[in-house]
Design a binder for this molecule. Sequence first.
Ligand code: NAD
Length: 275
Amino acid sequence: MDVFEERVAVVTGAASGIGLASATRFAQLGMRVVLADIEREALDGAVSNLRGEGHEVLGVETDVRELDAIRHLASATLDAFGQVNVLHNNAGVVRAGRIEELSIADWEWVLGVDLWSVIYGVKTFLPLIREAGDGHIVNTASSAGLQSSPEIGPYNVAKFGVVALTETLQLELRAEKSAIGASVLCPGAIATRITESERNRSDAAAETETSRRFNASASKIVEQGHSPESVAERIVEAIRAREFWILTHPDWIDVLRKRVEGMEDGRRLVTGFGG
Ligand SMILES: NC(=O)c1ccc[n+]([C@@H]2O[C@H](COP(=O)([O-])OP(=O)(O)OC[C@H]3O[C@@H](n4cnc5c(N)ncnc54)[C@H](O)[C@@H]3O)[C@@H](O)[C@H]2O)c1
């Protein structure tokens, strides 16, 4: 897709971080944009800022873990703008803990926001994008979707799932020479509020020694990460060029090479931090 003007984009997790930057970039390119998020106040703020800048946007409070909420998002989009061309499945949360200490509720929360939402999004919006003729689906995974790190098991599982889902989708679209493209976004550290994910959890779990330690060290890494705006620019380039892989940190390719070497060796496991 190389024409953005007048087209319609839907972005989940659009009230903060990467989603807010991508919604903003789409709007700046002349798209009409639907921002979906669970955090009402932040969503209202984002929508009113974008409208203040003259953009045509709509905010829809959405809990992406719920299929009905995603269906409502689709019908609100059609009611407001009549079509959908771009879907950016982006909402995400992380919960740190060793596999043995994480609860089933922790797994359900992370898999619900980070993986099921993407399944629901693709299932609900792909037929609508087909009706529009052409378009693009961008799914936010993570470098954790390419390489596991300890103490974020549900996040690794969800993000590997998003990579697999998006690869499968793109293979199927390519086989039919579709005008619709798909990309998977695998960011490294980006300066957002991801380490404060529990702010949006209704059954917020108590901090543990592991989650406290993980969040403290991840916050420092994330604070020094790339800007969300630079990620949004990469997304737009990838949609234009029909690129599948969107890696924000090219040095990750070396980590992935080491992963393959570890497979050849049969015993060595490489973590996301290159260990
Ligand atoms: N920041 C990073 O370093 C980094 C790295 C790799 C991948 N990612 C991924 O990027 C995506 C965006 O996260 P971010 O870094 O911008 O963090 P963020 O916390 O700034 O933004 C995430 C947004 O998702 C929303 N959200 C959370 N639960 C939701 C729900 N149930 N329904 C709807 N919206 C919900 C939040 O309200 C928030 O606005 C996530 O999928 C995350 O896993 C981030």
